[in-house]
Write a protein that binds this ligand. Sequence first.
Ligand code: ADP
Ligand code: MG
Ligand code: ZN
Length: 448
Amino acid sequence: MDTQVILDALKKHFNFEKFKSKLQKKAVIEICQRKNDVYVSMPTGSGKSLCYQLPAVLYEKKVTIVFSPLLALIKDQIDHLLALNIRAASLNSKTVVAERNALLADLKSVSPNTKLLYVCPEQTKTSTFKDLFYHLVKFDKLAYIVVDEAHCVSQWGHDFRPEYLKLGALRDDCAVPYIALTATAGAEVTKDIVSSLRLSKDHKKYKSSCFRHNLFYDVVYQNIIENPYQHLKDFIQDCLAEEEEISLPKEKKSCGIIYCRTREQTEIVSEKLKKMGVKALCYHAGLRNKDRLEYQDKWFDGDIPVICATISFGMGVDKGSVRFVVHWGVPKDPASYYQESGRAGRDGKPSKCRIYYNRSDKKAVEFHLAHDLGKARENEARRIKTENAIKGFNKIAAFCENPTECRHKLFSTHFGESMEDCKKMCDFCVDKTAVQKMSENFLTKSIQ
Ligand code: ADP
Ligand code: MG
Ligand code: ZN
């Protein structure tokens, strides 16, 4: 298909002047050819939906089936498409009968008006779906089969959905291209997606790099610095200082997040900082709902720049001007650390990610994991999960205690990418000797 036709459709149907990224453009062009299965892995918010929606619209008289895990997500997508005048509908347990009948009648007509049909994976076992699916296959009315949030096929992922495992089997009956989409997935998850959805050997991959070029990573050992809280305060002031002169609306002013492992720690750290004159709040699940929301708003609106929080904070929080993310203690595993520290610098400006490591925190986590493992003996699935959690934790603990390479490689290895050293965006690349000396110093003191 001609690129100009695709660009025209982007403007005409979606009101966009250009593609959001080169990767989005390439993925759309490839999918429009309908030659290969396609795997798209890009971070949340990068416009993965368009990668299949535009081709679906362009492919006349055919229907695209989109598998999506949640009714809420489906509803959002459909509302959005209908507002753009694109015919989209959903087949799910909540569809009312009259609507369902009208939808099925359209889909079974000679040239359906519906372009995109959103389906929860649970539907595949219903006779309505089976019947419809075979009809669409028989009369060659399918354009694509799309699996959104494809990481749900993997037990390695955090959102495993057993029903997703059945989606690959639909291939036995039809020969339309499969499009699998997910946010940045680890190497194991990617492998599971490819094998479970039976993507063809020569499927095309569109994967953005996990490297965040504006984030500086380092590790500081709490027990070899004189006053950890003073050290933290200096770091915060350093990170927040740059823009003081410039007059920005308060919600765009620099701010930061300090992640702590426990509720108590969020309170202790925020109190210490407040006593030292830093405007800070704490956030955790033990707060009253009203307070929690109020604190989150205060941080979000820029009234209070520093929030000390458990990891429940940040889901769906998309604030550009986060200049630092501190982990006070040790993160859970490489994937969590990538996600949590990745909340820094969304606006592309230089930002810092630092772990204030300490041994006692590590011991506490190990204790909990050992306990979980003991309890999981009976249950195979839980045991595997806990064993994976332990592996992940050991990786991040080694990353802190025995640095041997560019810090960014923790992530590239996890996501199965190869990368050069970052050169100047981590403590190790800036001064390897100093980092190794500190680590030796830390290890010596910790043994005593
Ligand atoms: P993802 O699924 O990758 O998280 P979405 O598909 O939900 O992302 O898209 C995120 C946002 O990007 C949406 O608001 C969408 O309208 C917007 N978007 C997608 N493509 C473009 C584009 N070419 N130009 C501008 N905005 C776009
Ligand atoms: Mg999406
Ligand atoms: Zn580096």
